[in-house]
Design a protein around this ligand. Structure first.
Ligand code: NAD
Length: 325
């Protein structure tokens, strides 16, 4: 098994691996095998979500790995998220219960609010996996009157009832987090955000870390997972071909992918790369036992372009909602 490093979370002292495996865009047909392979390869953290539409299969992959004695449940750090349509205070618990059932789990290691966006509710009986941003049958996005405070109260109760060991947020900005800090009973442990050399957000990262909240980076490889979805994703040269990243990789005898992941993990930022390819799946765990130097870090800092790929204003999202402004 590849060596793993961890972050120890406050309150629970749980060990959150610095490298996990992301489940977005893994189709149902191959998902159980992929998750089983990821665990066999050495991943101990899985990042899932209701909206990825594959939690039944993610659960099957985990079950197979446990049944074969590769891991025990307590060796895994399982992360998933509440979709936007279930922010209503009476809708959180049924959504969570459906996830636990689909996954075949009794608790989550970390449960996140996926976006600070309360979309109109659609009952599970009418559509599951959940609809996206727009209620089925409607033409445009409308928000529901569910304040984050009500949603967070329900998320805190998941901890009280042993359904989530740790809780956190994703795609929240400083204003939203600051507001949460004024009322939360249990502070978020983790903020999951888009983070790569083209979108570094140093002020957000520094401030959040100062609040004792850990950062988990998604889309660490930048545009690649958005190249079929958005024009920005398609038109931005990949980070794997970036000359700065390539020359740092050559200098350390590593791959560009490993440099991109090391750049985060070296700064205690958790990463959750996704790969369906066995060689890359293994290579993406190879970020321990070596370091980028000051010169490398300075060079990567110059690549920051404020370039966001998971931007809700992209036409592909079909909503007129600049949540990151
Ligand atoms: P990623 O940055 O992990 O990139 C995945 C793509 O890179 C895939 O196309 C894969 O084939 C390719 N790839 C993987 N390893 C490679 C390597 N070593 N060399 C070359 N190519 C390689 O992208 P992602 O899936 O967007 O992000 C990772 C995870 O983050 C997701 O699976 C999901 O779990 C999570 N995520 C969360 C949010 C959110 O809103 N909270 C949004 C996006 C993603």
């Amino acid at each position: 098994m590849a060596s793993q490093d961890y972050i120890t979370l406050d309150r629970t002292n749980d060990k959150m691996p610095l490298v996990g495996f992301g489940c977005w865009k893994i189709d149902s047909a191959t998902c159980a095998d992929t998750i089983y392979q990821a665990i066999k390869t050495g991943y101990r953290m899985i990042d899932s979500a209701q909206i990825y539409g594959n939690e039944v299969e993610v659960g099957q992959g985990i079950k197979r790995a446990i049944d074969e004695g590769i891991v025990k449940r307590e060796d895994l750090f399982f992360v998933t998220k509440l979709w936007n349509t279930y922010h209503g205070k009476n809708n959180v618990r049924p959504a969570v219960e459906r996830q636990l059932k689909d996954l075949g789990l009794t608790y989550f290691d970390l449960y996140l609010i996926h976006f600070p966006v309360p979309c109109e509710f659609t009952p599970i009986a009418e559509a599951y996996p959940p609809p996206g941003w727009i209620k089925p049958g409607k033409e445009k996005f409308e928000y529901e009157r569910s304040p984050i405070q009500d949603t967070w109260r329900e998320i805190e109760k998941l901890v009280d009832d042993g359904l989530a060991r740790n809780i956190g947020i994703s795609n929240f900005n400083v204003q939203t987090i600051l507001d949460m800090l004024t009322y939360c009973r249990i502070k978020p442990s983790v903020l999951q955000i888009e983070h790569h050399p083209y979108l570094q957000q140093p002020r957000l990262v520094d401030w959040v870390k100062k609040q004792g909240i850990h950062i988990m980076a998604y889309s660490s490889f930048g545009p690649i997972s958005y190249n079929e979805m958005t024009a920005t994703g398609k038109n931005t040269p990949t980070l794997f071909d970036n000359e700065t990243i390539k020359s740092i990789a050559a200098k350390h005898d590593k791959t560009p992918g490993q440099v991109l992941l090391r750049w985060s993990t070296q700064r205690d930022i958790v990463v959750i790369p996704k790969s369906l390819n066995a060689g890359r799946m293994a290579a993406n765990l190879g970020v321990f036992g070596w370091s980028l130097d000051e010169e490398d870090l300075k060079a990567i800092a110059t690549l920051n372009a404020g370039l966001r790929f998971n931007d809700t204003m992209e036409p592909a999202y079909g909503i007129d909602l600049p949540i990151f402004d």
